[in-house]
Design a protein around this ligand. Structure first.
Ligand SMILES: Cc1cc2nc3c(=O)[nH]c(=O)nc-3n(C[C@H](O)[C@H](O)[C@H](O)COP(=O)(O)OP(=O)(O)OC[C@H]3O[C@@H](n4cnc5c(N)ncnc54)[C@H](O)[C@@H]3O)c2cc1C
Length: 97
């Protein structure tokens, strides 16, 4: 059997962090490098999850599904890393409990 290819994630914004966490959960070896740009999007973003998107300010399709998956993901991340990454502050019909 061929050895698994070495995985290198370039950039540790939210995307690189999520991919790295998911690989770690499956015990897939990988490295992450980041050039520490203090003004990258993930460093300066407000970090708000909301259902409104696009120029027409419409509810994003599949928003409930995406939010549900995001909550499960961040709950697992919090459990594994002992920190809080997601906090629901507003409850509405667009946001599943
Ligand atoms: C002002 C602002 C507010 C925002 N607010 C929200 C919000 O409230 N809610 C929301 O959902 N989204 C928000 N966004 C959008 C959100 O921040 C981005 O969609 C998201 O952070 C993108 O993440 P990313 O990991 O794809 O990219 P990035 O955050 O850009 O991460 C890429 C990383 O790769 C590094 N990198 C790049 N090139 C290299 C290289 N060659 N070698 C090594 N490292 C490299 C960078 O330094 C960076 O750390 C906001 C964006 C901005 C600018």
């Amino acid at each position: 059997m061929l050895p698994a290819p070495k995985i290198l994630i370039i950039g540790q914004g939210i995307a690189g962090t999520v991919v790295s966490f998911m690989l770690s959960q499956q015990q897939i070896e990988h490295d992450v490098i980041d050039n520490s740009n203090p003004s990258s999007s993930s460093q300066i973003a407000a970090g708000i999850v909301h259902p409104i998107t696009g120029r027409r300010l419409a509810i994003a399709p599949q928003y409930n599904v995406a939010l549900h998956e995001a909550k499960l993901f961040y709950q697992e991340m919090s459990k594994q890393l002992g920190n809080t990454f997601f906090e629901q502050k507003i409850y509405s019909k667009y946001m599943p409990m």
